[in-house]
Design a protein around this ligand. Structure first.
Ligand code: R2B
Ligand code: URA
Length: 289
């Protein structure tokens, strides 16, 4: 990891406002062993994922799994070398979490960790339940950049994701036919409704035909899925020199539907699919079980 902000050297105690603790409140050395960081949108899903990974890897006693955050903005759990956290919905929320996690791991001198976002998405001609690994995250103009406005200037950061993790995961998939996994480009939006070409938001400025033409154009440009955080994951991890992977499970094929129509049971089942793939990856990478 390469955190380059020199101003950090002048801060005695860094207060992680959204995590709800400071560098004085926690033992930084406890984070030095982190090898996998895994983030998901929903706090409840992160908590369940922590329990699921611990059941599979037997890293800590169940009663030792507790939320390290003292605000209700995010949750964070640590299971041996695995750090899990929730990032909320969209790039602004995710980017705040990533700043604070990167600083935490920088101060802790954690090295060589891999970063995963496990999430949900809409598919383009891809059936629900399929996991999509993002090769490039594309913005609303189909460019592989994440744009930030800083001090009145526009900065574009590249959003091409690390290919080595995709290859490692695809290798795993070849060994295990239970996984339904593809890779491709991801259309990353700042909105769930109009920006994702849905007709069912409170507002809509285009026709059904416009929507269909746009989604078909995305598909013919190699876009496999649509979600809301892959670009900031890719951009910030590239800047920090962290290997990262976004794996999102398809909830709805957007060429067929706008609405996500799943029973609670079906949604929970589908949302768990990337968990099994991550567990297999971790088993091979870090846990000699
Ligand atoms: C997928 O699902 C969320 C929106 O419902 C958003 O966080 C995303 O990327
Ligand atoms: N998340 C999104 O951002 N879009 C979808 O269609 C489904 C989940």
């Amino acid at each position: 990891m390469n955190i380059t902000n020199k101003h950090l050297d002048n801060i005695d105690v860094d207060h992680f406002h959204h995590l709800g603790f400071s560098t004085k409140d926690i033992a930084l050395e406890n984070f030095k062993d982190v090898k996998i960081v895994c983030v998901c949108g929903s706090p409840e899903r992160v908590k369940k994922l922590a329990g699921f990974l611990n059941d599979g890897l037997k890293l800590v006693k169940a009663e030792e799994i507790h939320n390290l955050c003292s605000t209700d903005r995010y949750v964070m759990f640590k299971l041996g070398p695995i750090l899990l956290a929730s990032h909320g919905i969209g790039a602004p929320s995710a980017s705040i979490l990533f700043h604070e996690i990167f600083k935490l791991l920088h101060y802790s001198e954690a090295k060589e960790f891999v970063f995963f976002r496990l999430g949900t998405c809409g598919g383009l001609g891809v059936k629900p339940g399929t996991i999509v690994l993002t090769k490039k995250a594309l913005n609303g103009f189909l460019q592989p950049v994440y744009t930030q406005t800083v001090l009145g200037k526009k900065f574009d950061y590249p959003t091409i994701m690390d290919n080595t993790i995709i290859e490692e995961l695809q290798h795993l998939v070849q060994e295990n036919s239970n996984f339904d996994v593809i890779s491709g480009d991801t259309f990353c939006c700042d909105d769930f409704y109009e920006a994702q070409a849905r007709l069912d938001g409170a507002f809509c400025t285009y026709s059904k035909q416009d929507k269909e033409d746009f989604l078909t154009m995305l598909q013919s440009n190699g876009v496999k899925n649509i979600e809301m955080e892959s670009s900031v994951v890719a951009a910030m991890c590239n800047r920090a020199n962290i290997r990262a992977c976004t794996m999102c499970v398809v909830l709805v094929d957007r060429l067929a539907e706008d609405q996500v129509i799943l029973t609670n049971e079906m949604r929970k089942e589908i949302e768990k699919k990337p968990w099994y793939l991550l567990l297999e990856y971790i088993k091979r990478k870090i846990a000699p079980v």
